[in-house]
Write a protein that binds this ligand. Structure first.
Ligand code: BES
Ligand code: ZN
Ligand code: ZN
Length: 479
């Protein structure tokens, strides 16, 4: 998929016109019959109207003027509207579409193009007949003098980052081991212009990253620890922003095995946090946003085996903290803790982690958003929240009161790796906070990271959640 800005409109080019109920679309219609037809459709409150002009199709998308004041809602509506055209494009063999607005704003076009591109994503790698299955649309052109080329290019890079992130999540363990994940991220770095340093097992052992090594004990595949860095000369920040992503390439639960039916089937997606970090790096490096960002991705699968870590084990973590493991399925926090301790050496401005960390976060708010918590300044959380609403990757903020940490007291070690029955998403966050000494925000994306059904512009499978949120956040910082 390529989104680009165009200044040419050929008479055979298929179009999407975005406007209001009372907009005048007649410049793009050919006959009185077409005008009459459109009028009738609009009068009947139709929002998506197709006109077949034989040499091309003209699609008309009507925006409800009631939502014009609420920008975030308007943009989300446009993204969702856009996702409705996919079947029509396939049926009518449309490979390129040009988008125009009538009585609208530049941002309408960007939101619409974004929805169109996101809905057009497919993961076809494993099909024999991929070509036949492939969506017809490959080019989205934005025709407008209200938008500059850079804005359109940035949207294009953002979409590419989301696509890559989704594909990483959709890859099964049979392909995507921890080492493979590192290779994929390194490729992304080469292409986009960020550096990737990969620590392999020996190095991880010599560093004594006890959390990551403990989770990896039951695996036949070695772990990796990945350090991504994007440092442009014109960075607006002195201290780096650090993004940490949970990279569990498959979570069986380990010896505290998950029941298969519904809780293990989709656990190839337990590296969605890692995918979000990698996708974000791809997009910001491609768009050359002026921010210095470091990414940390600890990665392994979590499996039961003769040598797997066991409930009751006491693990010495990278920072020297001892942890009593009472559930090997609470593995995300074990590997993330080592990454968060490692992050201290950068004296970061802010650390944000993204992790498919708890079923509790999912149960609490479902798939409509992510759970967020932290100790960063109000202003910082507010600005992240604002990006959440702008991108519809919303954050439900949970309390982060110190009392919750009380649940993590162990009888024989500094911490135990699970809390009690209550507030599971928060005690997980509190466990992680123990390993930080900087402003910190924890995002639990267990709910929105993977979808079992198709939802508007999100196909089944990996959603790429986090990339659009963070890109928007860093874009705002750059302004
Ligand atoms: N990867 C899971 C969390 C998860 C659940 C992600 C559902 C996506 C969908 C995580 O490693 C896990 O198993 N967490 C446990 C923690 C518990 C043992 C304290 C959980 O939430 O049950
Ligand atoms: Zn688990
Ligand atoms: Zn997990």
């Amino acid at each position: 998929m390529l989104i680009y800005k165009t200044t040419s409109l050929g008479k055979n080019d298929s179009l999407i016109l975005i406007g209001l109920k009372n907009s005048d679309f007649s410049a793009y219609l050919k006959t009185d019959d077409e005008i009459k037809y459109l009028k009738k459709q609009v009068k009947n409150d139709k929002k998506h109207i197709v006109i077949n002009q034989l040499n091309r199709f003209v699609y008309i998308n009507i925006v409800d003027s009631k939502i014009l004041k609420d920008k975030d809602k308007l943009h989300e509506t446009l993204r969702r509207d856009a996702s409705k055209y996919k079947t029509g494009f396939n049926d009518n063999n449309i490979t390129e579409i040009k988008i125009l607005e009538i009585d609208g704003e530049a941002s309408w076009l960007l939101a619409f193009a974004e929805g169109l591109a996101l809905a057009n994503y497919q993961f076809l790698k494993y099909f024999k007949d991929k070509e036949e299955k492939e969506n017809k649309l490959g080019l989205i052109a934005i025709y407008s003098n209200k938008i500059n080329k850079k804005e359109v290019e940035d949207l294009n890079y953002l979409i590419q980052g989301v696509y890559l992130s989704r594909s990483l999540v959709n890859e099964p363990l049979s392909y995507l081991t921890a080492v493979k994940l590192s290779e994929e991220i390194s490729e992304m770095g080469k292409e986009a212009g960020f550096t990737v340093e990969v620590f392999h097992k020996k190095k991880i052992e010599s560093l004594k990253m006890g959390g990551l090594l403990a989770v990896n004990k039951g695996s036949v595949d070695p772990p990796t620890f990945n350090i991504l860095e994007y440092k442009p000369k014109n960075a607006v920040n002195k201290k780096p922003y650090v993004l940490v992503g949970k990279g569990i390439v498959f979570d069986t639960g380990g010896l505290s095995l998950k029941p298969t039916a519904d809780s293990m089937d989709y656990m190839k997606s337990d590296m969605a946090g890692a995918a979000a970090v990698a996708g974000t790096f791809y997009s910001i490096a491609k768009a050359e946003l002026p921010v210095h960002v470091i990414g940390l991705i600890p990665s392994t699968d979590n499996r039961p085996d003769g040598n797997a870590y066991a409930p009751g084990d006491v693990i010495t973590m990278f920072d020297g903290t001892t942890v009593e493991v009472l559930n090997t399925d609470a593995e995300g926090r074990m590997i993330l803790a080592d990454a968060l301790s490692w992050a201290k050496k950068y004296h970061p401005e802010l650390v944000i982690d993204l992790a498919t960390l708890t079923g509790a976060a999912w149960v609490a708010i479902g798939t409509e958003g992510m759970v967020g918590m932290g100790n960063a300044k109000r202003k910082v959380m507010d600005s992240l929240q604002k990006s959440g609403y702008a991108t519809h990757e919303r954050i439900a903020e949970f309390p982060f009161w110190e009392e919750y940490a009380g649940q993590l007291k162990s009888d024989i070690a500094d911490l135990k790796n699970i809390g009690g029955k209550l507030a599971g998403a928060i005690t997980a966050g509190k466990f992680l906070e123990h390993f930080t000494d900087y402003p910190y925000i924890h995002l639990d994306i267990a709910g929105p990271s993977y979808s079992k059904t198709k939802e508007t512009y999100k196909p089944k499978g990996g959603s790429g959640v986090g990339v659009r949120l963070l890109f928007n956040f860093f874009q705002n910082l750059s302004k």
